[in-house]
Ligand binder design. Structure first.
Ligand SMILES: Nc1ncnc2c1ncn2[C@@H]1O[C@H](COP(=O)(O)OP(=O)(O)O)[C@@H](O)[C@H]1O
Ligand SMILES: [Mg+2]
Length: 377
């Protein structure tokens, strides 16, 4: 039987658990947009917390309402205005095609658009796009004509939006463009960004008005109920169950972090001996799951840390406390000027430390503490 869990991929809408309040908010904003009062959102949350999965669910819901929606994974190759704008138009044209199923004329228009998109000087090389000035007017015109041709609202979702900060002025410019087409040109559309918690703070230093342009939706760990749902939903039709005690223990160990919930469910499913997965199955597999996590995740991040950074991480193991102040960290680790290391350890892409309050740090997850305890050096 195929294992219905995966920690490596965002969940498809039919396995999507919880997030009821975020979805309600989204539905309201979508309804506003459909009625002509366009709204823009920013989903904020840490690594593995479920941003991409939520975007997929938003896309699915929008399409059920007969809106067009596209999700764009921003990456290092999206490093210029010209590339960004071209990617947006191309993805929108591609993803809008199946939604409108019907009219051949519309399909032709979208295909033509997707092929002809070019917002830089003609014949410009990939490298030169970084220096070139984009044709903002044409980008806007294209969005307006997509909107007019489709005659339904469209949603543009930019995943990993911190990448926008690498293009100087991009967030400010996007806000200007969407504000204009939404108000002056009456285009019904939503711009949705998703990124780590600090995205707003980073955006604020780049552009204050841009921050106010987006409604923030915060994404944290699952509640107990959401954890149970995330485990139970994918089991539909398999005849296999997790008992409550095992799910409670998964919740306790993972603290509802969606990525870790998937890892536990995946491993317990594949190691099952009967139709019922119990607490004792979990206890029996606990160490194996920790080493799975080590191989899949912790090792590769840990191996990138320097000697001093490791001393700092070890300070948490030595003290066995969740929360340590700057001074305690310096004392326990023996590292003199800790600031630069603390900053690195809290930085992108997978922070090993978090700062729950000013001047205090903790390891990003108790499972990482477990891993460190079981790993020498
Ligand atoms: N609502 C959800 N229901 C079930 N599983 C989820 C949910 N959200 C996230 N997950 C799981 O958590 C992991 C990380 O999710 P993902 O959407 O990729 O997070 P992010 O984009 O924030 O890094 C994936 O394995 C996914 O299956
Ligand atoms: Mg993601």
């Amino acid at each position: 039987m195929v294992n219905p869990y995966s920690a490596e991929h965002p969940v498809p809408p039919e396995k999507f658990a919880g997030r009821v309040s975020q979805i309600e908010e989204f539905d309201r904003f979508l309804a506003d947009t459909v009625e002509g009062n366009s709204k823009n959102l920013a989903i904020l949350g840490g690594w593995g917390i479920g941003k991409t999965s939520l975007l997929r669910t938003f896309k699915h819901r929008a399409e059920q309402q007969n809106c067009a929606a596209t999700i764009i994974e921003l990456g290092e190759s999206t490093d210029s205005f010209i590339t960004l704008f071209e990617t947006i138009t191309r993805s929108l044209a591609r993803d809008a095609t199946p939604v409108m199923g019907a009219a051949a004329k519309i399909r032709e228009f979208l295909e033509g658009l997707s092929l002809s998109v070019n917002y830089g000087p003609v014949g410009i090389s990939y490298a030169d796009k970084r220096k070139g000035t984009p044709d903002v007017f044409r980008f806007k015109e294209d969005l307006i004509s997509v909107s007019g041709t489709l005659d339904v609202p469209f949603l543009i979702m930019l995943d990993n939006a911190e990448q926008l900060l690498a293009i100087k002025g991009a967030i400010f410019e996007l806000r200007n463009i969407f504000q204009t087409i939404q108000s002056a040109d009456g285009v019904r559309c939503m711009l949705i960004l998703s990124g780590k918690e600090t995205l707003f703070a980073d955006m604020r230093s780049a552009s204050e008005p841009a921050v106010r342009f987006f409604w923030g939706i915060d994404l944290g760990p699952f509640s107990r109920e959401e954890t149970f749902e995330a485990i139970t939903k994918p089991l539909a039709g398999t005849g296999i169950v997790f008992d409550d005690a095992s799910m409670d223990r998964i919740y306790e160990l993972t603290q509802g972090h969606p990525y870790f919930v998937q890892v536990f469910a995946y491993n317990l499913f594949s190691a099952r001996t009967g139709d019922r997965i119990t607490l004792s199955d979990l206890e029996r597999n606990h160490v194996r799951i920790l080493s799975y996590l080590g191989r899949r995740l912790f090792e590769s991040i840990y191996s990138r840390t320097s000697a001093n950074e490791r001393k700092i991480l070890r300070a948490f193991v030595r003290s066995d406390k969740d929360l340590l102040s700057n001074t305690e960290i310096a004392e326990l680790s023996g590292v003199k000027s800790t600031n630069i290391y603390l900053k690195n350890l809290s930085g992108f892409p997978t922070p090993l430390l978090i700062r729950p309050e000013r001047g205090k740090y903790s390891l990003f997850h108790p499972l990482f503490m477990e891993y460190l305890k079981h790993t020498p050096g």
